[in-house]
Design a protein around this ligand. Structure first.
Ligand code: AMP
Ligand code: MG
Length: 491
């Protein structure tokens, strides 16, 4: 049996300045840890063949499959606000693109596959811990219905990578609707290569925004489209308590998918200023800052597109500002609509926003668990005697006062208690990738070569909205001594 990838590559047909041709570097002893079989099928790949030793060699970058055209993509980026004119795939190669079962073009990329011309001083490798974290969290995001890159496979390389200590090396096979970032545009903008910016914009429109190809002003429409998708994406992050951790412009996808899971985490207790990333000392990428940062990143994208807008710089800037001005309303509408659903409101009335804000304020003051408060609120909608939501509050009285107003408000709607509960449970997950669980999975894998906890966590997180009584403990917040206060990039 040979592994067949039905590649149909388009990015590698763009001009040479867009990438460097480079093959993955072979590794000593690849071993498949995990194959995402449903995703393989979705991509038109045979999961049984991918699980053979030959498949593992491909997923580790030891052999390059027929039809692949491996490249490292060029990009620049603002990292924590500082512009770096050349970053690029320093430890990843794009093997190629396939058209999936839904006719969507998908990149297949190996991350941790060895050095490239963009590696700078890095080794081009990834450690097992961050690979497992990305696998778990990206697939959890997918199951939560949030646009995201996905994980097709994880392999260990049989080699060590040197970080603070020697750690097992691993390669993640990442699937994305593309790996084009805000930083990809910045790479050409800083080089004043307007032709390349136009080529890239045309490629992006054809690939991610085909409905705009006939627009009167396609590049304006493109900026508008990216603004809308990013605003919607960040609203969805906030609604599940997700903190990306490194929202640099090179980690901001033009397609509107969540990309580059590094020191990301879901919050346990609701705290708008929560930061997990060990490298985010100033709290730039704190939970509640994420909308503002997304707009900042989009403003950097707009700057790149100005030469396509108009030769008249002032006019171009005014047009860009106008388009960026839509971010705030698009974000707020998506966020507020999502919150209304989370508290089980079917209609919109004056005072709803204040009612919801009062809940959030009380949650913050009482260190209420974000996920469980909303999930258990669904139970309270079905049965007013259910008091697990109230139990999330340090001072349960603070919840009682709010709950009285909430019951009054929901009584104005015709839906039955059961209908409301079902609607709430469909948007408020029971299970998120809690950080202490992710850390425990990583420890078992790295220290004991034990992947049972990983398999179980991935399985539970694939159905986040189901109660799964056998796995109820996975819904629990960490005990005080289990709390993880920081996550590390692992680069
Ligand atoms: P990240 O923090 O993973 O988004 O990466 C930021 C930049 O650093 C990108 O250009 C990466 O390709 C590069 N990079 C991160 N880790 C490594 C590594 N171990 N070797 C080479 N380049 C790396
Ligand atoms: Mg990155």
């Amino acid at each position: 049996m040979t592994v067949h990838f039905p590649f149909q590559n388009s990015y590698s047909a763009l001009p040479d300045s867009f990438f460097a041709r480079v093959a993955p570097t072979p590794v000593a002893a690849p071993r498949l840890i995990k194959l995402n079989r449903p995703l393989a099928v979705q991509l038109g790949l045979d999961p049984d063949v991918l699980e053979t030793p030959e498949g593992a060699e491909i997923l580790a970058g030891k052999t390059v499959p027929a039809g692949a055209d491996p490249i490292a993509m060029a990009y620049a980026g603002h990292q924590f606000g500082q512009f770096v004119p050349q970053l690029g795939d320093g430890r990843a190669v794009l093997l190629g693109e396939v058209i999936d079962k839904d006719s969507i073009r998908r990149d297949i990329q190996l991350k941790g596959s060895g050095p490239t011309p963009f590696s700078r001083r890095g080794d081009g490798r990834a450690a097992l811990g961050p690979v497992l974290r990305e696998y778990i969290v990206s697939e959890a995001m997918f199951a939560l219905g949030i646009p995201t890159t996905r994980s097709l496979a994880a392999v260990v390389t049989g080699e060590h990578v040197i970080r603070e200590t020697a750690l097992p090396g691993a390669v993640l096979t990442r699937v994305a609707s593309s790996h084009i970032r805000v930083g990809t545009f910045q790479f050409f903008a800083v080089r004043r290569d307007t032709d390349a910016i136009r080529r890239l914009a045309d490629h992006v429109i054809a690939r991610h925004y085909p409905e705009l190809s006939g627009a009167e002003r396609p590049y304006h429409a493109l900026l508008s489209g990216v603004v809308a998708r990013q605003a919607d994406l960040v609203a969805r992050w906030l609604l599940v308590g997700f903190i990306h951790g490194v929202m640099n412009t090179d980690n901001s996808s033009i397609s509107g998918e969540t990309i580059d899971y590094g020191p990301c985490a879901f919050m346990d207790a609701y705290n708008p200023s929560q930061v997990f990333s060990s490298i985010d000392e100033m709290g730039r990428y704190a939970y509640a800052n994420q909308p503002r940062i997304a707009l900042w990143n989009l403003t950097r994208l707009a700057e790149c597109l100005l030469p396509l807008f108009s030769d008249d710089q002032e006019k171009a800037v005014a047009e860009a500002q106008d388009i960026l001005g839509a971010f705030s309303d698009t974000f707020s509408n998506a966020y507020q609509a999502g919150l209304r659903k989370k508290v089980g409101l079917f209609t919109e009335r004056d005072g709803d926003d204040a009612l919801i804000q009062d809940l959030l304020d009380a949650m913050a003051k009482n260190q209420a668990d974000f996920t469980l408060t909303f999930r258990k609120l669904g139970d309270a909608a079905g049965d007013p005697a259910a008091d697990d939501a109230r139990a999330q509050f340090m001072d349960p009285g603070a919840f009682d006062e709010w709950a009285r107003r909430w019951h009054e408000r929901t009584a104005l709607e015709p839906q039955s208690a059961a209908e409301r509960q079902a609607a709430m449970h469909a948007v408020n997950p029971m299970f998120i990738p809690r950080n202490h669980r992710v850390e425990a999975v990583i420890q078992a894998a790295v220290n004991n070569d034990d992947y049972t906890p990983f398999e179980e966590l991935v399985k539970v997180l694939a159905m986040p909205f189901e109660d799964q009584p056998d796995y109820a403990a996975y819904a629990d917040p960490p005990l005080p001594d289990q709390r993880v206060l920081q996550t590390f990039c692992g680069t």
